[in-house]
Write a protein that binds this ligand. Structure first.
Ligand SMILES: [Mg+2]
Length: 325
């Protein structure tokens, strides 16, 4: 086949694309123009087949970049709402540690605890949050300065986070052993999420990255008919931050994977964002989870983090759902 050839009457540099190899571009410089006979002289700018293939692959990659190869989901606040269970387990753990005279929580305590759940990263902080509320620390202060407040309470009461964490997990384990159905019944899966996960499992490699123990996650998912092998669930027991787990997923993949990570804790996403080697991981803040309105507003103005609603997630995510970065 020949080349697309249409004489220009304006002269200057012209580019011609070969139909037999559309990536081979000839640059020809017209030596005479605005005359009856066009004379051209090849100037030697030619793209080799190898470079043409590389360009084609890059273009194809860009075209298919709107879907991930790995979908990584947080559990609490993205898949499952466990607020009632958190409060119950935290209150029982608080009672073991601080031995209050009255083991019935004040009426307004649960509502305050639910409002402040966004400050919690890991389970051991939850009984500390109850202690902070009972000490009368203002909710606004807790929202603004939780890390300092939590550390101060740990130090003043000679506690350590590992022990507190073990106590909380033991409370949870005892409850599961005693009354599995009662414990499962305190959890609510967000509408449409179970169906989305089941549909996703067939098309994408799905991982759960949680700060909850993996065995609890597995228990809750299996109750919904979602069977995930233990290597697909990274829980608190791996003792590594979520960005390190994302890094490991990339390192373990045969080819460079396209990872999308959905998380409801803004600070966790911001930490991923700070890792230069994770710049290709797409980040989504689940706006239905445990985050505040100011955190949602921050995400909305962040060029890297995309705010995601539950209806978007349940409907057309991840297919056809990517902002151009
Ligand atoms: Mg979460």
């Amino acid at each position: 086949m020949g080349t697309a050839h249409q004489p220009s009457h304006k002269g200057g540099t012209r580019y011609e694309v070969s139909y037999s190899n559309p990536w081979r571009i000839h640059e020809r410089r017209e030596t005479r123009f605005r005359r009856g006979v066009l004379q051209v002289a090849p100037t030697g700018v030619r793209i080799s087949n190898r470079i043409a293939i590389v360009i084609a692959v890059l273009i194809l990659k860009k075209m298919t970049a709107s879907t991930p190869t790995i979908l990584a989901l947080d559990f609490d606040g993205v898949i499952c709402d466990g607020l009632i269970e958190y409060f119950e387990v935290s209150w029982h753990t608080y009672c073991q540690v601080w031995c209050p005279a009255n083991e019935t929580p004040p009426d307004d305590l649960a509502a305050k605890f639910y409002r402040l759940r966004p400050v919690i990263e890991t389970g051991w902080e939850m009984p500390i949050l109850i202690k902070a509320l009972l000490e009368g620390i203002e909710e606004e202060n807790i929202l603004q300065d939780w890390e300092t407040i939590a550390k101060k309470i740990l130090q003043e009461d000679h506690l350590n986070s590992t022990e507190l964490s073990s106590k909380l997990d033991k409370t949870r384990d005892d409850w599961i052993t005693r009354d599995l159905n009662g414990w499962l019944g305190l959890h609510r899966f967000y509408p449409g999420v179970v169906e989305k996960i089941q549909a996703t499992l067939a098309s994408y490699s799905l991982y759960i990255i949680s700060t909850k123990e993996a065995r609890f996650v597995q228990q809750l998912l299996s109750q919904q008919g979602i069977i995930l092998s233990s290597e697909k669930i990274f829980g608190k027991e791996v003792k590594r931050p979520k960005h390190e787990i994302l890094r490991e997923l990339i390192q373990a993949a045969d080819t460079s994977p396209e990872i999308w990570f959905v998380e409801d804790r803004l600070k966790t996403l911001q930490l991923v964002k700070q890792q230069p080697d994770l710049e290709d991981v797409k980040l989504f803040l689940a706006d239905w989870g445990y985050n505040t309105s100011s955190e949602k507003a921050t995400a909305q103005h962040d060029s890297r983090i995309q705010l995601l609603s539950l209806s978007q997630f349940a409907k057309d995510f991840p297919m056809n759902y990517a902002r151009s970065y």
